[in-house]
Design a protein around this ligand. Structure first.
Ligand code: FAD
Length: 389
């Protein structure tokens, strides 16, 4: 193959979702996913905590989550194939943000934004929290913010695979190769160069390279402030059940949620250099962390660490938000990058918005313009304050 309509660089959940929507909206479009790691061993989409929340501080992120939860609930209808039913194991016990007294003003501000955007969230005082979660220590908690619906977790790698399979059933090609360069003028990209030696001419190019997005952007001479930011996830077992346990965010910064009969947990990293090796940072599992977990949930005093894994957040260091849409000068180069650790839940909506932008010149189902590339050029950050860990 030497020519295609659309080349998508990277086939993690973003590339796969974009390919799915493009070929669903325009079935005769020739779309080629180029993927260097078809086992997805390092892809964020394989290493995600795969949770979904409505509790963001940017309305555009709430819109993407509202679309995301509706899509997840209806995933079989969107992505099911006769020989591949879609089983995502979606559960919706909510996210619970806990605040100490000095953090309550920020929680009230976020709550106001979320209610205005139509999110189903409630603020709960310590007594209400104690009644709902008797296993939770709230002696030093002033306020909690709970998602009453539309928040929880699901099988993210299964969602990724379902997007891929459905896209390929709709005619998308996946090439096992690495994009190593781009041929471009000042106005457009004309072809991508492949590690295997070939050249793939194309009408449009999508950067869906996750934590490696800035390397791919550089091939077109574009600077993209996205870094591979390592995060470690610990798998814990607790001898006692914690009924109705939500995804809990402690005032000290760690998070924890059930995962089958285990729990998974993470915290702000100790080491923050970009591109650290994908190995768990066991130094994050220290006495202080253990004591903090056991303080909040006394049953966790008897926890066991079963194992750990590490993955990369595709961190947008400019404002912790996604970049979706075309480059202002290279008009046929598109971005779907920088989700900064909350992309799995936004993949369905982001892929749809980008596909509409590519086919019709604007996203019509939901407005995502504020996530466009222009804000980087004009130094207008759109800061998402609710970034976890
Ligand atoms: C520990 C952790 C916890 C997370 N928790 C959550 C969560 O709870 N909720 C949530 O919504 N999100 C979460 N995320 C974030 C979410 O997983 C990511 O936002 C999402 O998976 C990003 O998908 P992607 O397709 O952009 O990137 P990836 O899945 O990394 O895919 C990019 C692909 O591009 C390929 N590629 C790169 N360069 C090239 C090239 N030159 N040529 C060919 N192929 C190339 C790579 O091989 C890779 O397969 C978490 C992430 C991590 C790491």
């Amino acid at each position: 193959m030497t020519r295609t309509d659309v080349v998508i660089v990277g086939s993690g959940v973003m590339g796969a979702a974009t390919a799915y929507w493009l070929t669903r909206l325009q079935p005769d479009l020739r779309v080629t996913l180029v993927e260097s790691d078809t086992r997805y061993e390092k892809a964020s989409s394989s290493l995600s905590a795969s949770s979904i929340r409505q509790q963001f501080t940017c309305p555009v992120n709430i819109r993407l989550s509202q679309y995301g939860i509706a899509f997840l609930r209806d995933a079989e209808q969107h992505l099911g194939l006769p020989d591949h039913p879609v089983a995502l194991g979606l559960q919706e016990p909510g996210y619970l943000y806990l605040a100490q007294s000095e953090q309550t003003a920020a929680l009230h501000t976020a709550h106001h934004i979320q209610k205005q955007a139509g999110a189903d969230v409630a603020l709960l005082g310590p007594e209400a929290l104690r009644q709902r979660y008797p296993w939770l220590n709230v002696e030093d908690v002033a306020l909690g913010s709970l998602g009453l619906s539309g928040e929880g977790w699901f099988d993210g790698p299964a969602l990724h695979q379902a997007f891929l399979k459905k896209a390929m059933a709709q005619g998308v090609q996946r090439l096992h190769d690495r994009v190593t360069g781009m041929d471009h003028t000042t106005a457009q990209v004309t072809a991508v160069q492949l590690a295997s030696g070939g050249t793939l001419h194309c009408g449009q190019v999508v950067n869906a390279a996750g934590p490696w997005a800035s390397e791919v952007a550089t091939m077109a001479g574009v600077r993209l402030p996205i870094e591979a930011a390592r995060r470690t996830v610990f798998v814990l077992s607790c001898p006692e059940p914690l009924p109705q346990c939500p995804l809990l965010i402690d005032p000290s910064g760690w998070w924890l949620r059930p995962e089958g009969r285990f729990f998974i947990s993470g915290a702000e990293p100790l080491h923050t250099q970009p591109g650290l090796p994908l190995e768990p940072d066991w130094a994050e599992w220290n006495n202080e962390q253990w004591a903090s977990l056991a303080h909040r949930i006394p049953a966790l005093a008897a926890l066991r660490v079963e194992r750990a894994w590490a993955g990369y957040y595709e961190m947008n260091t400019f404002d912790h938000n996604a970049v979706i849409g075309p480059h202002p000068d290279l008009r046929n180069l598109y971005f779907i990058n920088g989700f900064s650790g909350h992309g799995m839940q936004h993949a369905a909506g982001a892929g749809l918005a980008l596909a509409e932008w590519m086919l019709d010149g604007k996203s019509t189902t939901m407005a995502v313009d504020e996530l466009g590339f222009e804000r980087l050029l004009h130094n207008r950050p759109l800061r998402e304050l609710a970034v976890i860990g």
